[in-house]
Design a protein around this ligand. Structure first.
Ligand code: PBG
Length: 331
């Protein structure tokens, strides 16, 4: 072999300078791809750390505007709100979910007033409100479907009326997207979008989130009779097809990194706006290694987010949103 003659095709040529690497990059990550989940709690003038999620805080409403300000300044398109309901307000039926003045609705009204441009996403499921920590109504130890759907759909209307722009049902009941669309439209809320947690798995990666909400200790049993089996992939396509047929505007796959194959299949098959949720356990895992100095914080964070874009996701719900936006804005 004569030096310089073989091979003729050298993929490394396109990698040799930053400028070619930029020209041939197939995917990009920008602030437009980020959605920031936030935790709000009752009380005044306080913030608490979520121990298993370093850097994530629960904040009271009087501090919410200051908390959200950096995200607004960085032009993050949307927030996903999660309320921490005091234990005394949780009951068997999740009644507080229907209160027009519940924490979620007050947070939504406040944020719409302070940041009219910011998109607000409301999680629809009963788990922040139930004494048993399940996403629907429990009868004889089973989470019943159709009765749960009726309440969830009223919860969705309640949130939309308070200013939530995108309803995000995370409960995995059958038929809830259709029921929610019907009820939103009946109330004249035709512009309210639905981002369904279409393929949501019964995952161990939600542990830190349940700590943040205070629902982990309450949860009786597991969510395997409604959330999907991590063994399944074809079933995710069926779930997505149903939600789209029922009127979902966007779909989500959750968790994120262990399910990149699902994101790819969903996006290839349906070509609809597809989102990924980099969940609490993924964040905990990454930040734990970063804090130990085992992973480079900035590079690992951005690589973990770019991977979702490469897999076909339009955007990512991530607890890194503000940090990532800062890095992306600073080039
Ligand atoms: C509620 C809900 C969960 C998450 C989002 N919405 C937890 C669950 O289903 O138990 C998890 C988010 C995360 O882990 O970051 N239904």
């Amino acid at each position: 072999m004569t030096l310089g003659q073989y091979p003729t095709t050298r993929p490394r040529r396109n990698r040799q300078d930053p400028f070619t690497r930029r020209l041939v990059a197939e995917t990009t990550l920008t602030v437009d791809n980020l959605i920031w989940p936030i935790f709000v709690m009752e009380g005044t003038d306080s913030e608490t750390d979520v121990a298993s999620m370093p850097g994530v805080r629960r904040v009271t409403l009087d501090r919410l505007a200051a908390h959200v300000e950096p995200a607004a300044r960085l032009d993050i398109p949307a927030l996903a709100l999660f309320p921490i309901t005091p234990t005394s307000q949780r009951d068997e039926k999740g009644t507080e979910a229907l209160n027009p003045d519940n924490l979620m609705c007050r947070a939504a009204r406040l944020l719409k007033r302070e940041f009219p441009e910011m998109g607000l996403i409301g999680d629809v499921a009963l788990d922040p409100y139930t004494s048993h920590g399940h996403d629907g109504l429990v009868r004889d130890g089973y989470v019943v479907n159709d009765e749960s759907v009726e309440i969830l759909s009223r919860q969705a209307v309640n949130q939309a009326a308070a200013g939530i722009d995108i309803i995000a049902p995370s409960d995995m009941m059958d038929g809830r997207i259709g029921a929610i669309r019907r009820d939103l439209d009946a109330q004249g809320l035709v512009g309210t979008r639905i981002m369904s947690y279409a393929a949501k798995y019964a995952s161990a990666f939600y542990g830190p989130f349940r700590d943040a909400l205070g629902s982990g200790g309450l949860l009786k049993g597991d969510k395997k009779t409604y959330q999907m089996d991590p063994a399944n992939s074809d079933e995710a396509l069926r779930e997505v097809a149903l939600d789209l047929a029922e009127g979902a505007d966007m779909v989500m796959v959750k968790p994120g990194m262990p399910y990149l194959d699902i994101i790819r299949r969903v996006h290839d098959r349906f070509a609809v706006p597809t989102f990924a949720y980099q969940v609490s356990g993924e964040y905990a895992m990454l930040t734990a290694a970063m804090e130990n100095g085992w992973l480079d914080p900035e590079r690992t964070m951005l690589e973990s987010l770019l991977a979702f874009r490469r897999a076909g996701a339009n955007g990512v719900l991530t607890y890194f949103a503000v940090e990532a936006a800062r890095r992306l804005r600073n080039g």
